[in-house]
Design a protein around this ligand. Structure first.
Ligand code: FES
Ligand SMILES: [Fe+2]
Length: 324
């Protein structure tokens, strides 16, 4: 059970601890195994016949085959090479051609990752020293309610670190120069409380009949779980997760949902416009993120937003690193 090895990353900060989406629930069928690569590691995700998802380190202790290519048997994962079966703790429970299971593998011998299924997604807990979760995944009523639509999913693969993306929210000046907004938006009211960061900002939307007032609320629960609720004309809820693939690549997932009754009404086109705007903004930021470097000491001016505050908040999620 070794910690992630991060080679020649563009960033000095390691992968932050937290819960991250590693798949949507509907991407993993009962009895299916999947190869995934996150946190700089090869992993085997599978769903047992009991419907429960499990996540193991990928490499079999026998001769190193990749378990993700194996077969789900009952609630175990059988290696594709010689059919050794692993249970959810990472212990070998059956070798079809042996009388005795070697004692070394009879107990957990590969890492079993803390996993939670919620909000129509499968969340894995990352900690470089394999410490157990220190908080829970937040359940969003919108993603588990029949009154809200199925998730409209968008995803991106970006060569950056999640802290760089988080800093974007407080970087009010870039909105004008990267996103072309007329004004510098206000960061709004932001509260930091332990692993939580919550924001509230008044928002206006131009319509054919003048401006409409609304509000945007957002929150982070650690570095890997965040949400935004746009209440402008209709309510749109966005769940997001930025999952580290390794030290300098992330898999970004945004998933949108709306009240079914709104989507049947005259305002049904409004959410689509939001989604387009968010996609546009992310694609405008992406080339900047992919080409920039991390400066341990920024030179900020009086018109900049409180970017440093986000760095300070991020420090609690690092083991062995601190933003200055
Ligand atoms: S390598 Fe996995 S059973 Fe042999
Ligand atoms: Fe941006």
């Amino acid at each position: 059970m070794s910690a992630a090895v991060q080679l020649e990353s563009r960033f000095p900060m390691p992968i932050p601890i937290g819960w991250y989406i590693v798949a949507y629930s509907d991407e993993l069928n009962v009895g299916e195994a999947k190869s995934i690569r996150y946190f700089g590691q090869e992993l085997a995700l599978y769903r047992g016949q009991d419907g429960k998802a499990r996540l193991l380190d990928a490499y079999c202790r026998h001769m190193g085959a990749n378990l993700a290519d194996g077969e789900v048997i009952d609630n175990t994962l059988a290696c594709p090479f010689h059919a050794w079966q692993y249970d959810e703790t990472g212990a070998v429970t059956h070798i079809p051609y042996a009388k005795v299971i070697p004692p070394k593998v009879r107990k957990p011998c590969i890492k079993s990752w803390p996993l939670v299924e919620d909000n129509q997604a499968i969340w894995a807990w990352y900690h470089p020293d394999n410490a157990q979760p220190s908080w829970k995944v937040k359940t969003y009523p919108e993603t588990v309610s029949d009154e809200w639509t199925g998730l409209a999913k968008r995803e991106w693969f970006i060569n950056t670190h999640s802290q760089e993306m988080a800093e974007n929210a407080a970087d009010i000046a870039h909105f004008k120069y990267v996103h072309g907004t007329a004004e510098f938006p206000s960061e709004g009211v932001v509260e930091y409380d332990g692993i939580y960061r919550n924001g509230y900002v008044d928002a206006k939307m131009d319509t054919g009949k003048g401006q409409i007032d609304g509000k945007i609320e957002n929150g982070n629960i650690g570095p890997g779980q965040s949400w935004t609720r746009f209440s402008i004309v209709v309510e749109t809820f966005m769940m997001s997760s930025i999952t580290p693939i390794d030290g300098d690549h992330v898999h970004v997932r945004f998933a949108f949902t709306n009240r079914k009754e709104d989507m049947a009404g005259p305002m049904k086109n409004v959410p689509g416009a939001f989604i387009k705007e968010i996609e546009k903004q992310l694609e405008e930021d992406k080339p900047v993120w992919e080409r920039k470097i991390y400066l341990p000491t920024m030179t900020l001016c009086d018109g900049d937003g409180p970017v440093k505050r986000i760095r300070d908040w991020y420090n609690q999620f690092y083991v062995g690193f601190e933003n200055l």
